[in-house]
Design a protein around this ligand. Structure first.
Ligand code: HEC
Length: 110
């Protein structure tokens, strides 16, 4: 009888201790941290650069695009289509051609 009482007291103490841990973990979760990300460089200005800024900087820098070897309009179209279909860029299909035209202007070849 006595052993049972001691065991029960320890179990209760255990429960109390673990709920205290849960409470302090909850307190930590409420802390907020401010993070300032470095401002990325936008695409060079020109017709279509707004679309590129809005849709191509979500996952990588403009340099990832402008440092590539120059491509034809059709190749840029395929590249933008790949960003959409393979990597999941949330880009309306009706904007593909305009962005490809812009990219062929800033980094194109005949
Ligand atoms: C949803 C994320 C995402 C978005 C949005 C996105 N890309 Fe990408 N892009 C990627 C990934 C992932 C890679 C491959 C990175 C690597 O290989 O390290 C990549 C690579 C590239 C490359 C390098 C060549 C290649 O095929 O790997 C080019 C050029 C490029 N993206 C252009 C664009 C353009 C233009 C847009 C806007 C229309 C765009 N991306 C939007 C994810 C994205």
């Amino acid at each position: 009888m006595r052993a049972w009482t001691v065991w029960a007291a320890m179990a209760v103490a255990g429960i109390v201790a673990s709920s205290a841990v849960a409470q302090s973990a909850g307190g930590v979760a409420k802390d907020t941290v401010e993070v300032t990300l470095p401002a990325g460089n936008p695409f060079p200005p020109g017709p279509g650069s707004d679309l590129a800024n809005a849709h191509c900087l979500i996952c990588h820098s403009a340099g990832m695009v402008t440092r590539q070897p120059p491509l034809t309009f059709d190749e840029w179209k395929a590249e933008v289509t790949k960003m959409r279909a393979v990597y999941g860029a949330p880009l309306p299909p009706e904007n593909i051609e305009e962005i490809a035209r812009y990219l062929a202007t800033i980094n194109g070849r005949p």
